[in-house]
Write a protein that binds this ligand. Structure first.
Ligand code: UGA
Length: 425
């Protein structure tokens, strides 16, 4: 068997750690570098602080192949392919902040025999700009398509792997392609700019798909149709597909908002006004706020009302609260004078500082105690398993549920005497 290629991973956040652990699992020695000593030390002890199913196990299983370090030299001495996994958050203008990427390039010093494999989501044109300045370095674009909560599975069973390399870096592109061969999934070989664009366009399209179904849901409410039925019927058309057609109280997370905005800005910087994306973002903002109207419809003024928020993370199976709908909703309810009590099975600690004025409950039942309404924000399975007809109803002051993800048993709740409001049904 051919010897396994040693791999460098720069930036050990969520993407970096998933990349490092999965390549180690595939048998490669991995040298992962982060600038934070505490993070490096705890990872070296096999401790994973983020909530990502399967990831702690993978790190612990592969400790012998995984080296965590703060020392870039150590990585450069051991690996030629350097997977850049630092974050690229939005700036005030909406353009991506590339300062961490630039810091990585600077940290490579005068290296001439390494290749940067860009996993971070960067604006189209970033690779070309880096290659112009650092001609001696190889450059490959290899965007990530991992979803939080199923990242390990997404890495090991990808729909596709995108590898962009321009003239001069094809050899490095071949080596990156070889790394992915054992896991299957179609390998898309292309140029760097197109690879960069595939990532941004994919996320923007997914966000568009959700905003579209959310608008259909809003019209369903007026016309008496059921959005779940509409989505089911639409999704059976191969050209549309059933995924990402779940209506709800808006998409969140650190990626969609950032990437939609980044693509809109990128187009804007060339003088092109990407109208559709403006609407996609607006629809999403309004969707988060419609819940307040649904509560007011039943409770009137919300001043002094007790509202229970079930779920804080931006989706289940993650403790990530970045750009979570719960944060906007809690702030809006607070602004209306309501008392908000929120509960999440894993994300409470991360949200504490962001949920100003909201009480964090230790359990769903505690959040629901004396509540005038429950709003289901995140579809954690434990919320469906609550004894709604018994214990929950007995505790709540008013049996009113706004199911922001169409997740609970509507008929069961209505039969138990609840007023149930879903999304688009
Ligand atoms: C997203 C993409 O799905 C990944 O392919 C991509 O790699 C990642 O961004 C990234 O750029 O790093 P992620 O943000 O982890 O992944 O989460 P998703 O599962 O895509 O969900 C995003 C949001 O959309 C969540 O708030 C979710 O509740 C919402 N959503 C999703 C809906 O409201 N309806 C749906 O039908 C699907």
């Amino acid at each position: 068997m051919a010897p396994k290629e040693p791999i460098g991973v720069i930036g050990v956040g969520w993407v970096g750690l998933c990349t490092a652990a999965c390549f180690a699992e595939l048998g490669h020695p991995v040298f992962a570098r982060d600038i934070l000593p505490e993070k490096v030390e705890s990872l070296a002890r096999g401790e994973v602080s983020m909530h990502e199913p399967g990831l702690p196990e993978l790190v612990q299983k592969n400790t012998e192949r995984l080296t965590f370090t703060t020392d870039m030299r150590h990585v450069l001495d051991n690996a030629q392919l350097l997977f850049c996994c630092v974050d690229t958050p939005p700036t005030y203008s909406g353009d991506a902040d590339l300062s961490r990427v630039e810091a990585v390039i600077a940290d490579l010093g005068d290296s001439t025999d390494h290749a940067i494999v860009m996993k971070s989501t960067v604006p189209v044109g970033t690779g070309r700009s880096i290659s112009r300045r650092r001609e001696e370095l190889g450059y490959v674009s290899n965007p990530e398509f991992l979803k939080e909560g199923s990242a390990v599975e997404d890495f090991m069973e990808p729909d596709r792997v995108v590898i962009g390399a321009n003239d001069g870096s094809e050899g490095f592109g071949d080596r990156v392609a070889t790394l992915y061969e054992p896991i299957g999934g179609e390998i898309v070989r292309t140029d760097v700019a197109s690879a960069e664009f595939i990532k941004l366009a994919s996320n923007a399209f997914l966000a568009t798909k959700i905003s579209f179904i959310n608008e259909i849901a809003n019209v369903c409410e007026e016309l008496g149709a059921d959005v779940n039925e509409v989505a089911r019927g639409m999704g059976l058309d191969d050209r549309i597909g059933p995924k990402f057609l779940r209506a709800g109280i808006g998409w969140g997370g650190s990626c969609f908002g950032k990437d939609v905005l980044s693509l809109k800005q990128l187009a804007g910087n060339t003088g092109y006004h990407f109208q559709l994306l403006t609407a996609v973002m607006e629809v999403n903002e309004l969707q988060k706020r419609r819940t307040v109207g649904k509560l007011q419809k039943h409770l009137g003024q919300l001043v002094g009302k007790q509202i229970a928020l079930l779920g804080i993370s931006f989706k289940p199976d993650t403790d990530d609260v970045r750009d979570a709908t719960s944060l906007v909703l809690a702030a809006r309810l607070h602004g209306e004078g309501a008392h908000v009590r929120a509960y999440d099975p894993v994300a409470g600690d991360r949200a504490r500082e962001l949920l100003v004025g909201t009480t964090l409950a230790g359990s769903a039942l505690e959040a629901l105690d004396g509540a005038d309404a429950a709003v289901l924000v995140t579809e954690w399975p434990e919320f469906a398993e609550l004894d709604w007809a018994g214990e929950v109803k007995a505790r709540m002051a008013t049996p009113l549920v706004v199911d922001g993800r169409n997740f609970l048993d509507r008929e069961g709740l209505r039969a138990a005497g609840f007023t149930y409001e879903g999304i688009g049904r």
